[in-house]
Each structure stands twice: as C-alpha cells, then as structure tokens.
Design a protein around this ligand. Structure first.
Ligand SMILES: Cc1cc2nc3c(=O)[nH]c(=O)nc-3n(C[C@H](O)[C@H](O)[C@H](O)COP(=O)(O)OP(=O)(O)OC[C@H]3O[C@@H](n4cnc5c(N)ncnc54)[C@H](O)[C@@H]3O)c2cc1C
Length: 289
C-alpha cells in the first residue's frame, strides 16, 4: 500500500493526537489536504487500491479505536481560503474553525452564528453533524453546500430533510463537504452579548479542562441525557481512565490514559443503568473510527 509522492502525507500518527478525546492508536497515513482537488485525488487513489479511507475535521466528535486505522485519514481541519462575505451571505471553506467563523460574523455585524461559537470543530464537521447549541443550529442558516460525492464536485441547495438532530446527508463516507454557504441576518445589536453569554455557559457547565468529545449521547426525546445519568447516580462513575464528568454528567471525560475500551465499557454501563432505571434508551452521539 504505497501513496503517490505528490501527496504530502504523514505515517503512523496516533489518532489520540488528532482527536479531542485523546484516544486511539496509529493511523497508517494522514493527509492534510492543500486543495479541494487533492481531496478528490486522494479518495480516488484510495478507492483504486482498495485502501480504507476516513475523514476527520478537528476530531472533536470522535472515539477512535485503540487498534488505530489501517488506511488513509484525510484531516480536513485547516481552511483552504478565507471566508467570502457578501451582504448577509458568507461562503466558508469546510476546514475553517466554526468558532473563528462565528466570531468573525458577529464582528461584521451579522447574526445567526453567535450561539454556535465555542463548538470546537470545523465548519465541515458542523454541517456533517448539524451541530447546534443554546437554540442555534446549522440547519437554520445553511443554504448551499459544495460537496464531493461519487467523484463529482458540485454545489447543491440544502433541503429541509437533509438535516436533522445531529445528523445530515453530508457526512462522510459518501460525501465530503468542501464549502458551505450560510445566510445570516443583520445583527439587531444583541449578537455579541448572546455569543459571550453562550461562551460563559460553556465555561461554567462543561468540563473543558479535560479531553472529551462533548456530549456523549444524543438528547433523548423529552429528556436531557445528562440529567438522566445524574439521576441514576452515575456522576463521577469511572472505568479505567474514562469518567462520567462530575461537572456535567452528559460528558464522558478522559482523566488520563483512557483507552477506547474504557470509554466503550463506560458508555455501555451508563446506557444499561439508565435503561433499567428510567426506561430511556441513550444513543451515542460520538462517531467511531
Ligand atoms: C468540549 C466540546 C463541546 C462540544 N459542544 C458541542 C455543542 O454544543 N453542540 C454540538 O453539536 N456539538 C458539540 N461538540 C461536538 C463536536 O464539536 C461537533 O460535533 C463538531 O461539529 C464536530 O466537528 P469536527 O470538525 O471536530 O468533526 P469530526 O469530529 O472530525 O467529525 C465528525 C463527523 O463528521 C464527519 N466530517 C467531518 N468533516 C466533514 C466534512 N468536511 N464533510 C463530510 N463529513 C465530515 C466525520 O467523518 C465524522 O463522521 C462538542 C465537542 C467538545 C469536545
């Protein structure tokens, strides 16, 4: 399994270094694309030699395997160009930091992204996950998206059914989101304050000082996962280096040296206890490599 020399790839990089959970064994090849065309070529090349390929943004919603990934990781976590503003519209590269983009939009007197500030991933990861927080959601503002699928690079209009709660039609495998066009509104004078208050709530409530992948579970209909887990007495419960955060029970944190096995065992324990005591089934939000 050789890679063409024209690709500037690295070899045997621990996924623990590429993901916010700080867990995971080595990825055989890691490519940080320098152009959209390079992403297309890398996927085409991998298919031609039957090399497994996976796509990462900033890796903030990922639980990677202790055994690593014997294939190509495309790490699309840096912008290939600056965002382009046109009135209330902005087009951003999917490798752009969502937090940086939302700050920039607020600075330019625009509203619509201020509640997304603080979500630590890329624009592409946010579109793929339909990321949201504090009443704001990608779905409310994403109008068009440039995608690579089946070897074709095209802009498509986003339809209502393309995005749902923490899911979208633009997730790898199948699709790579390259650029996103958002329609925002003129700020009515409250965007800066809203952004600051959302950031403040994050700092106060979330265990940002420890590695995690954010909320471990999706919000079950009619409940909050964190409240259910706390109600079951699981706050602080741990398996190896994986712990239900004592600060926010909706987060599993890596207290040091957690393995994928520790985290998986803890997820399964939490799901079993919550199901038994409350009847509610928790579904993991984190994606696996
Ligand atoms: C401390 C903390 C707080 C968080 N708070 C929130 C929150 O408030 N709300 C929220 O929704 N999430 C939150 N998250 C989770 C995470 O940040 C989001 O899901 C984020 O959108 C993931 O972006 P990413 O670039 O890190 O994607 P990754 O984690 O790298 O990837 C996530 C998935 O998206 C796919 N993907 C990534 N980029 C692309 C692309 N360009 N095209 C197609 N598919 C792609 C990947 O293949 C993978 O399946 C939090 C995480 C942490 C660690």
């Amino acid at each position: 399994m050789e890679m063409p020399e024209s690709f500037r790839f690295e070899t045997n990089i621990p996924l623990a270094e590429l993901t916010s959970f700080r867990v995971g064994g080595p990825a055989r090849f890691v490519l940080r694309p320098q152009s959209y065309e390079e992403i297309r070529q890398a996927i085409e090349y991998a298919a031609s030699v039957e090399m497994p390929v996976t796509l990462l943004g900033k890796g903030t919603n990922i639980l990677a395997a202790d055994s690593g990934f014997d294939g190509l990781v495309i790490r699309f976590d840096t912008p290939l160009h600056e965002p382009v503003f046109d009135g209330t519209k902005v087009i951003a590269c999917c490798g752009t930091s969502l937090t940086q983009l939302s700050r920039e939009t607020v600075k330019r007197g625009l509203s619509g992204m201020e509640r997304l500030c603080g979500i630590p991933g890329t624009v592409g990861g946010a579109c793929a996950m339909n990321a949201g927080a504090y009443g704001g959601e990608i779905k409310q503002i994403l109008k068009r998206i440039r995608v690579l699928r089946n070897g074709r690079d095209e802009w498509i209009d986003v339809k209502d059914e393309d995005l749902g709660y923490r899911r979208s039609a633009f997730t790898f495998p199948g699709t790579v989101a390259l650029e996103a066009e958002f329609e925002l509104a003129q700020d009515d004078g409250t965007a800066t304050e809203t952004m600051q208050s959302c950031m403040e709530k994050r700092r106060a409530k979330q265990p940002l000082e420890l590695p995690s992948a954010g909320s471990t579970f999706k919000r079950p209909e009619g409940y909050f996962a964190g409240a259910l887990i706390e109600q079951c007495g699981l706050k602080g419960y741990s398996v190896g280096g994986a712990q239900v955060s004592p600060k926010h029970a909706g987060f599993i944190v890596n207290t040091g040296g957690a393995t994928e096995n520790d985290i998986t065992a803890l997820i399964e324990h939490v799901r079993a206890v919550v199901k038994e005591r409350t009847g509610v089934t928790l579904e993991p939000e984190v994606k696996r490599i």
